[in-house]
Design a protein. Structure first.
Length: 182
């Protein structure tokens, strides 16, 4: 099987490690195969859109989600490193309000599966990073929302000590709302 799949503390969030073939010349791996993904995860997701972003050190993107047309995301880094975070905002979930984070990097080649209904964000910890997203629905900007990355009620432990300055935020992320845990 081309993936080693690990459960995380968040319901439905999975870490996937692809099987990498390497030697003195370099490496090769299948970064995605629909049949193998479904078999390894037990899911039957269909991906509709691929996104690719590049960011410099200290950029923090998130915590983003869509209130309609929620997107499941399979994410990975192809250059550099990020601290990637999934936040469970699914009402009724046993892990509502909890987060999970890990390093995704070009070196470790790990991928993170984030089911629809979770918020997602990442902090670039290398000089720059290129980030790829496979999504299960199309982007609908009118339904996009952001939660405050530094919401004390959530307590995400961003590795800010790896930065030389405060994180760089888009205006929508700097003025995002807090999670209401009612």
């Amino acid at each position: 099987m081309p993936y080693h799949v690990m459960q995380t503390p968040l319901a439905g969030v999975l870490v996937l490690e692809p099987k990498v073939f390497g030697d003195g010349r370099g490496f090769f791996f299948e970064s995605f195969n629909q049949r193998d993904f479904n078999k390894a995860t037990g899911l039957s997701e269909t991906f509709l859109q691929d996104n690719h972003s590049k960011s410099t050190k200290g950029v923090l993107r998130g915590m983003h989600y869509q209130v309609q047309h929620a997107q499941g995301k399979l994410v990975r880094v192809t250059q550099g490193a990020v601290f990637d975070v999934a936040l469970d905002i699914r009402k009724g979930s046993s892990t509502y309000g909890q987060w999970f984070g890990l390093e995704l990097s070009a070196e470790n080649k790990k991928q993170l599966w984030i089911p629809a209904g979770l918020a997602h964000g990442f902090l670039v910890t290398s000089e720059s990073a290129e980030f790829l997203y496979k999504t299960t629905d199309y982007y609908h900007p009118e339904f996009e929302r952001s939660l405050l990355w530094s919401d004390p009620a959530i307590g995400i432990e961003w590795p800010l000590h790896l930065l030389d300055a405060p994180p760089l935020l888009a205006a929508k992320d700097a003025s995002a709302s807090v999670l209401h845990k009612d």
